[in-house]
Design a binder for this molecule. Structure first.
Ligand code: NAD
Length: 348
């Protein structure tokens, strides 16, 4: 199996690259290296002998054509995207360009490649698109998202991902490209860029700085450990039915404030300081249009593949805290960048 991964220097993409190599596949990683991409995240894969890296932008049609021609992949896992909701409020256009236009350009390059394959390789070829539960909008206290839930995105990020999901399905229906779509809940784990909630809390706490929590901290998210997500993704890629979408979730719902308190409790245990870390929690201005609750029903994916998340929230958080405590060389340079830590996404 030769797998083309886009966004493999990002958080989930790097977990996918590592898992694919453990499975004995060869990997071509196509990444533009935006602020969120980090070559350190795939340094171990680069030593493996079955890995190639292409620094390229999915919005560049010529570059994508060249990558498919040069590497001749058997499957694509498309993770490259702009992903931070707060940044999508400040600069929506960038999200439309990368997530919608970039996906269209990648689909065209994949289709051209697919059409050039012989019948046997064509039967096995897959284009897999990795998306989010945020396309379904927000829930109240009850209910969960299934694959049949209507799309109702509420942020520019979610809307751009919804647009890309629709394009992928259209390339399946109209052009016969064998596509798969996955929609996943919030991920956490090693190598997540520290502007996202969980690494931000860990790193602010150990620096003894205020730990920001938006609004009243009542918003609820369904958390999945990134390696469990990567395992689900390779199952869907190899065993999923073309044209189908699959929801992936951790069945670990938590209010943001409870999540932050749990991280503080784990840090009290793993790196005790003079006083409990919880004293640093600081309520801040809420995100505009902040979705109240997301919750995924992963029943279809579990039934189809026998997949289950291996980590509950506390186990996954302990593993995550441990990784950040042991990998300062990965995160410190990111935090020393000029505009790191700036509050984003406050409507003008
Ligand atoms: P990330 O922000 O950590 O990484 C994104 C990667 O894409 C980076 O390496 C970046 O350099 C690369 N990239 C961005 N624009 C590019 C372009 N134009 N061309 C090539 N590469 C480009 O993202 P992540 O959190 O790992 O998310 C990966 C995918 O999973 C995204 O599509 C996201 O929508 C989806 N997703 C994420 C979560 C989550 O909780 N993080 C949950 C569900 C779905």
């Amino acid at each position: 199996m030769k797998l083309l991964v886009t966004g493999g220097c990002g958080f989930i993409g790097s977990a996918v690259v590592h898992r694919a190599i453990r499975l004995g596949w060869s990997v071509v990683n196509v990444d533009k290296l935006t602020y969120a991409g980090n070559l350190q995240s795939v340094a171990a894969a680069a030593q493996s002998g079955c890995y190639a890296f292409e620094k390229a932008d999915i919005c560049h049609a010529g570059a994508m054509k060249r990558v498919f021609h040069l590497h001749d992949p058997d499957a694509v896992m498309h993770l490259a995207a702009e992903t931070h909701v707060d940044r999508s409020i400040d600069d929506p256009r960038r999200f439309v360009e990368t997530n919608v236009l970039g996906t269209c350009i990648l689909l065209q390059a994949a289709l051209r490649h697919f059409s050039s394959l012989g019948p046997e390789r064509r039967d096995k070829f897959r284009f897999m698109h990795i998306s989010t539960d945020e396309v379904y909008g927000a829930l109240g206290l009850e209910g969960r998202f299934s694959e049949k839930t209507s799309y109702a995105p509420r942020s520019p990020y979610a809307a751009s991902k919804a647009g890309s999901d629709h394009l992928v399905r259209a390339w399946g229906e109209t052009f016969g490209l064998p596509v798969l779509v996955t929609n996943c809940s919030n991920n956490y784990g090693p190598r997540q860029f520290p502007e996202k909630l969980i690494p931000l809390v860990i790193l602010r706490a150990i620096a003894g700085e205020p730990i920001p929590v938006y609004g009243a901290g009542e918003n609820i998210r369904d958390w999945l450990y990134v390696e469990d997500h990567a395992e689900a993704l390779t199952e869907v890629l190899t065993r999923g039915s073309p044209g189908e979408s699959y929801n992936i979730g951790g069945e670990c719902e938590a209010r943001n404030i409870d999540l932050v308190r749990l991280i503080c409790a784990i840090l009290n245990d793993m790196r005790p300081a003079g006083a409990p870390y919880g004293r640093l929690i600081t309520m801040t201005v809420d995100r505009p249009g902040h979705d109240f609750r997301y919750a995924i029903d992963p029943g279809k994916t579990c039934a189809a593949f026998g997949w289950r998340p291996r980590h509950n929230l506390e186990e996954g958080l302990r593993a995550t805290v441990k990784w950040y405590l042991e990998n300062e060389a990965w995160w410190l340079p990111l935090m020393q960048r000029g505009d790191f830590g700036k509050r984003r996404g406050l409507r003008q």
